[in-house]
Design a protein around this ligand. Structure first.
Ligand SMILES: Cc1cc2nc3c(=O)[nH]c(=O)nc-3n(C[C@H](O)[C@H](O)[C@H](O)COP(=O)(O)O)c2cc1C
Length: 192
């Protein structure tokens, strides 16, 4: 049983990374294996609409040679996916959306959707506003992929401007921990 955390912040050791680590640590405490992936380690860009995935139907993306297939494979094998993004001008980062849109498109192109039944959640961090919309954006593909959205005690959002500020957001950090616990419980009961 595994939960993958994908971070769409270009900033190393930033607030999104801290929020995701909190989710993953809480899931580990419930006996679920976890792995953290930073999209900044890949030169992630958006879908080229080459539609080669509709020919190969193998869940890979031939439109970009950026190594993202490696991340897709990790996600297919896991039972849960949590994606975190900072809010940039009221929205998720381009890297986060490029990852989710390409993952969704290649997965839906396969004869059997590998995302069906996986437990998913989006997590957003901002200095002041835009988290709710960003969480909704991050989770937008989960419905058509037949994934199951996990919740927490509040929307999974945090406040912080400078790296590490989110640690002062007690409720935000607690919400991340509860999300991780809940995702782990759901993965153990329903994950595939
Ligand atoms: C280009 C850019 C746009 C931003 N837009 C917003 C915004 O719309 N709302 C907000 O509250 N914070 C905004 N911020 C602040 C970040 O969301 C905030 O610093 C966040 O903690 C960054 O997360 P990170 O440490 O994981 O990179 C913006 C920051 C940058 C660099």
């Amino acid at each position: 049983m595994k939960l993958i955390g994908v971070c769409g912040s270009p900033r190393k050791e930033g607030n999104t990374e801290i929020a995701l680590e909190n989710v993953l640590t809480a899931a580990q405490d419930q006996g679920v294996e976890t792995e953290f992936v930073a999209l900044r380690d890949y030169d992630v860009r958006g879908c080229t609409a080459c539609l080669k995935c509709r020919e190969t139907k193998d869940g890979t993306c031939k439109g970009r040679e950026d190594g993202l297939d490696e991340v897709f494979r990790k996600v297919y094998k896991a039972q849960g996916l949590v994606v975190g993004s900072p809010v940039y001008f009221g929205s998720a980062t381009p890297e986060s959306l490029a990852f989710l849109q390409r993952l969704g498109y290649v997965a839906r192109g396969m004869d059997e959707n590998p995302m069906e039944g996986k437990i998913g959640a989006g997590v957003a961090v901002a200095r002041r506003g835009g988290q709710n919309f960003t969480v909704a954006e991050l989770e937008m593909s989960f419905g058509p992929l037949k994934m199951i959205r996990a919740g927490s005690i509040y929307w999974p959002m945090g406040f912080g401007a400078k790296q590490g500020d989110i640690r002062q957001d007690e409720e935000g950090m607690k919400t991340m921990g509860e999300l991780g616990r809940n995702m782990a419980e759901m993965i153990k009961k329903l994950g595939r």
